[in-house]
Write a protein of this length. Structure first.
Length: 262
């Protein structure tokens, strides 16, 4: 009996030690990267401050990079933070995307730039909304930047492809052999009509776009294909509230994005 109780106590102690515990809480969305020489670091995007902050694995602050976002624009994405992807010097570089909503003409303007750790720009990419690093050969990588001009109708769409001097740093979110589905709705919030812009993967010709309400009930579904890159949606017939939309094909479903109808 005594041996049995001892075993129970040992198992209980082991169970307590094996529980998941909170290591650190960050106020903003945080990811991890393995730098070429610096090793693993955490990094986050501070939208109000327009900054990328890098932390050591013990959560001490390593470096703050000011993205120098233009007046009237807001930081929307930070990607490909590395030492050797964009140039050969010893500093850190990253790609940041920022946007502005033109309320007078009801369209979004997006731009991206590759910056050094002092905030200076290596390359500015006008109209750039989505950016991916794709493998284009053995030990060869290129930056694909999908660009849009929504100030004109129909909108202009183009792709810039940039050669890279190095190989991307190891990150779970850095390298894509094929682009994900590009999916964005604007204006958002909307009260009349909006455009759902999308780009299907290269080998996908048809897919279904689902619109669901905040309770998870499907409101409508639309067949979309690779012959166009957007769907015009009349939301004036929907009740005000929060909706979600996603694209599905085969056994693949994109993460749902939020849409607000006023």
């Amino acid at each position: 009996m005594k041996q049995f109780l001892t075993t129970i106590l040992v198992l209980a102690a082991f169970t307590l030690q094996a529980q998941v515990t909170l290591d650190k809480k960050y106020d903003y969305s945080t990811s991890v990267v393995k730098f070429e020489t610096l090793g693993y670091k955490y990094y986050l995007m501070d939208v109000p401050a327009g900054q990328c902050r890098i932390y050591n694995t013990d959560h001490s602050l390593f470096r703050t990079i000011n993205c120098n976002i233009p007046n009237g624009f807001y930081l929307s994405d930070i990607k490909f933070i590395s030492e050797k992807t964009f140039d050969a010097d010893a500093g850190i570089e990253l790609l940041c995307t920022y946007y502005m909503y033109n309320s007078a003409k009801s369209y979004y303007e997006y731009n991206s730039k590759i910056i050094n750790d002092d905030g200076s720009a290596l390359v500015t990419i006008d109209g750039s909304l989505y950016n991916y690093i794709n493998k284009t050969g053995e030990n060869a990588y290129k930056l694909f930047s999908y660009c849009y001009d929504y100030s004109v109708t129909p909108e202009k769409v183009w792709t810039n492809i940039y050669s890279l001097p190095g190989s991307p740093a190891v990150s779970a979110f850095s390298i894509k052999n094929d682009p994900d589905i590009l999916l964005n709705a604007f204006p958002n919030p909307a009260s009349q009509s909006l455009k759902v812009a999308y780009v299907l993967p290269e080998n996908i010709n048809q897919a279904t776009l689902h619109l669901i309400d905040n309770s998870g009930k499907q409101v409508e579904q639309f067949e979309v294909d690779s012959h166009t890159d957007h769907l015009m949606l009349d939301v004036s017939r929907y009740q005000s509230g929060v909706y979600h939309y996603f694209i599905e094909y085969g056994n693949t479903k994109t993460p749902a994005k939020k849409l607000v109808v006023r």
